[in-house]
Design a protein around this ligand. Structure first.
Ligand code: PLP
Length: 229
């Protein structure tokens, strides 16, 4: 695609977000766009950055590191959103501003211990396995409160919110049901005194349903970059 095509796709996605904010009575600007560039070349990210996008999400550590090196002159904010392996936490703690996929306390402890002192605390979301799929990463709802309380005390992390990847659903009502559960989990934590400002929810095919249920950040790949190579 040409640079102008990326700009057009970015504006189309931003229009979808603004329309959903309006339709579901969310304040204008309540939802942040994370561009998910996994398997896409650095040139595609540079084109989106030129069109004004600043937050980028990556799933694979080595791939992300290569792109960061290529794009080092740009002022971008990098979010790690992929499965967490214990042997990758140091690199992630050193190179990212956010991690959305923290799904166990041990990983959070390592990230906190390994976050360099010269950087601000690492922003983290706890990933919840919202539809209880056996093959998916994420905390069980039953364990969430205990892990959240422990993560909130870690000195070099800032617990920002919850993240989920629901089971695929095409119907809007079914999409909403999963996101509604995520919203309720955040409300329950708030009731227990743990305030979180972020719900990382919604992808290319379900961002409207996520915004209807309170998403504050949507993670969008295909609608921005086209199909993954
Ligand atoms: C790939 C990916 C996305 C983006 O998905 P699209 O359907 O391409 O928008 C969002 N979140 C996570 C965790 C992903 O792995």
């Amino acid at each position: 695609m040409m640079t102008a095509d990326y700009a057009a796709r970015l504006h189309a996605v931003l229009d979808r977000i603004r329309a959903a904010e309006q339709r579901f009575q969310r304040p204008p600007g309540a939802v942040r766009l994370l561009a998910v560039g996994k398997t896409q070349p650095a040139a595609a990210i540079a084109a989106l950055a030129a069109a004004g996008q600043r937050d980028f999400g990556e799933n694979y550590f080595q791939e992300a590191l290569d792109k960061m090196a290529e794009l080092a002159t740009l002022d971008l904010e990098w979010h790690f959103i992929g499965p967490m392996q214990a042997n990758k936490t140091r690199g992630i703690a050193e190179h990212f501003a956010w991690v959305h996929s923290v799904d166990r306390l041990k990983i959070a402890e390592r990230l906190s211990a390994q976050r360099p002192d010269h950087l601000p605390p690492l922003n983290v979301c706890l990933q919840v396995n919202i539809d209880r799929e056996p093959t998916k990463h994420g905390l069980d709802e039953a364990d969430l409160a205990e892990v959240a309380r422990a993560v909130a005390t870690l000195p070099r992390l800032r617990l920002r919110g919850l993240m989920a990847i629901p089971a695929p659903a095409t119907e809007f009502a079914a999409q909403r049901r999963s996101f509604a559960r995520l919203r309720e989990l955040r409300e329950r934590l708030a009731g227990a005194g743990l305030m979180l400002d972020t719900l990382s929810a919604g992808m290319s095919d379900d961002l409207e349903a996520a915004i209807a249920e309170g998403a504050t950040l949507v993670r969008i790949g295909t609608a921005l970059f086209g199909p993954r190579p």
